[in-house]
Design a protein around this ligand. Structure first.
Ligand SMILES: Nc1ncnc2c1ncn2[C@@H]1O[C@H](COP(=O)(O)OP(=O)(O)O)[C@@H](O)[C@H]1O
Ligand SMILES: [Mg+2]
Length: 174
């Protein structure tokens, strides 16, 4: 795990771009809504993987347009991946994060049933969570990840402005 501050809007935009063609082939749009300055403290490859698994699920198992939304919350940054399909149903939702859980073959198509187990492991690895929320307005999988420090402009680099470079660091003498 290599957590670093990452602008969440950029992560969502890049997930959108990765899947936009597959969604469009099915006549479905992917929308992104995130405050410009919202930052998560996360391992970039892992959070990208989690988002990809969720958008892939929304395309393959869900229906309608897909919304990727992020907002600041009390316990971190909430990232919602929502669609407007038939949903998990209560039985499946209760065990969807377990490995190899899938709906029947006819409903789920191909897939190993590992995507959501990986999503949850990534969320928990960051000290966060993954939750299924089913409502009248659609199906959402919510990731909560730790918030990063606010996205600030880069501090000026003293070396670049001609100031003396600091001496190379030495191992402490014990
Ligand atoms: N957005 C969704 N809407 C409805 N069902 C879903 C959705 N996402 C996942 N599922 C259900 O949860 C199961 C487990 O998902 P996942 O762990 O990603 O496995 P896989 O995608 O390989 O089948 C899926 O097979 C599907 O039945
Ligand atoms: Mg999947």
């Amino acid at each position: 795990m290599r957590p670093e501050p990452l602008p969440v809007g950029e992560l969502l935009e890049s997930a959108r771009h990765r899947f936009i063609d597959r969604a469009a082939e099915r006549g479905r749009a992917i929308r992104v809504e995130a405050p410009a300055d919202l930052v998560v403290l996360a391992d970039e490859l892992r959070v990208r993987q989690a988002l990809a698994n969720l958008v892939d699920n929304a395309i393959r198992h869900g229906g309608g347009d897909i919304d990727l939304r992020a907002r600041a919350a009390r316990d971190g940054v909430e990232i919602d991946v929502s669609d407007h399909g038939a949903g998990f149903g209560a039985d499946l939702a209760a065990r969807a994060f377990e490995r190899f859980t899938r709906a029947s073959e006819s409903r789920s198509g191909e897939g190993a049933g590992l995507g959501l187990a990986i999503v949850q492991a990534i969320a928990i690895g960051h000290g966060g969570s993954a939750t299924i929320l089913e409502g009248a307005d659609g199906t959402t999988v919510r990731l909560v990840l730790p918030a990063g420090p606010p996205d600030e402009p880069e501090a000026p680099d003293p070396a670049a402005s001609g100031a003396a470079a600091s001496a190379p660091s030495q191992a402490p003498l014990i």
